[in-house]
Design a protein around this ligand. Structure first.
Ligand SMILES: Nc1ncnc2c1ncn2[C@@H]1O[C@H](COP(=O)(O)OP(=O)(O)OP(=O)(O)O)[C@@H](O)[C@H]1O
Ligand SMILES: [Mg+2]
Length: 351
């Protein structure tokens, strides 16, 4: 039995709209579990149902053997961190963090110890007496994190806690959140629509789309072995080969059965570029013309017009010699392991 199980959760808004449409997930003790998906897919709705702010239309939520749906929010022992910090501007950092302990009637001496410990964990120990207004967004979000942790929750929920921060701080703080989570060892459900953040921070990722789960897996499984076209496109990017004789010839060379109904795709980093007459014995090559070159520092994207459609090839660590110009004749190398096929319903077709 998992630590937290959500079974067949549905949430209907209005007569027909299903914000959650049969969602089941299991989360283990100490696990960092991320809900990843586009805006409106139901991430916050699921989190709020677990926290108790919104009940489900149907389904079960069981935490460590207890049926959560029968408990009011304040009896669920769940810590929550929100996108918009939600700190009290008139209270000191210390009092913000201690706030959650007041209704729990924690004696003053213990309160002091616990708040100090929580502030030290998020590295705000030296700022206990400051007012939040005098602090940066990253620091305010640490207050939110300390406040969620100080109640020693059985579960930590975080709803896009980094989305109001600038890119560099977001990366710093996500590393820190991961370290803190591992240190306090509290099962955590983290919501984001940022795929890179999800890959960086999670033990497992649950990719959601339109109220349903597309796939649950480790970051490596989600990125490396997507089970649906939606997951392949949402986490990373894919090229879609244009159907026709060039694609058929490529698949024949690679020994893949064409499978009439399938859409064939490949990730840009799984393709390579060679000179126009270049061949590769184990791979297929598609001749083409460069239509765009985008230099991004760590990598470059070369868009090539081929008989199997426009393909983007990602070049790692591009030096000067990797620069291509519009109109250059090249060939795209497609190794046998690169193509991924999806059926008309979007499900992965195993080759
Ligand atoms: N109280 C409500 N009444 C009606 N519809 C709602 C309500 N709350 C949410 N919805 C709808 O349910 C769907 C899921 O909303 P939810 O907030 O869970 O999405 P989300 O995945 O968290 O998106 P975002 O990334 O934008 O935060 C959306 O289409 C939203 O408009
Ligand atoms: Mg949301």
């Amino acid at each position: 039995m998992s630590y937290l199980t959500v079974t067949n959760a549905t949430k209907r808004f209005g007569p027909t709209f299903m914000a959650l449409d049969g969602v089941s997930v299991s989360i283990e003790r100490g696990e960092f579990f991320t809900l990843l998906g586009p805006s409106g897919c139901g991430k916050t709705t699921l989190l709020r149902a677990i926290a108790g702010f919104n009940d489900l239309t149907s389904g079960a939520i069981v935490l460590d053997g207890a049926d959560l749906r029968t408990l009011p929010p304040h009896q669920r022992d769940i810590g929550m961190v929100f996108q918009d910090y939600a700190v009290f501007p008139h209270l000191s950092v210390f009092d913000n963090v201690g706030f959650g302990l007041k209704p729990r009637k924690v004696p003053a001496a213990e309160l002091k110890i616990r708040v100090t410990e929580a502030l030290d964990t998020v590295r705000l120990g030296a700022m206990a007496e400051r007012l939040p207004a005098a602090m940066s967004g990253g620091q305010q979000q640490r207050i939110g994190l300390a406040r969620a942790m100080v109640i020693k929750p059985r579960l930590l929920l975080m709803d896009e806690p980094l989305s109001n921060l600038d890119a560099k701080l977001r990366i710093e703080l996500r590393e820190e959140i991961r370290d803190i989570q591992k240190q306090v060892d509290i099962a955590t459900i983290y919501v984001t629509h940022d795929q890179e953040e999800a890959l960086a921070i999670s033990d497992r990722i649950c990719v959601m789309n339109a109220g349903k789960i597309e796939q649950v897996g480790t970051p490596q499984e989600i990125y490396g072995n997507p089970q649906t076209r939606f997951v392949a496109e949402f986490v990373g990017s894919i090229n879609v080969f244009r159907p026709g004789s060039a694609l058929d010839a490529m698949l024949a060379k690679l020994g893949h059965a064409p499978g009439g109904a399938a859409t064939w795709t490949a990730r840009p980093e799984h393709l390579a570029l060679v000179e126009p007459d270049g061949q590769d014995s184990g791979a297929a090559t598609l001749p083409g013309t460069v239509t765009k070159f985008t230099y991004l520092g760590r990598e470059a994207h070369v868009q090539v017009d081929t008989p199997a459609g426009l393909l983007v090839v990602q070049i790692a660590n591009p030096g000067m010699a990797a620069t291509r110009h519009t109109g250059d004749a090249v060939a795209v190398v497609v190794p046998p392991s690169a193509p991924m096929a999806f059926g008309p319903d979007g499900a992965r077709v195993k080759r």
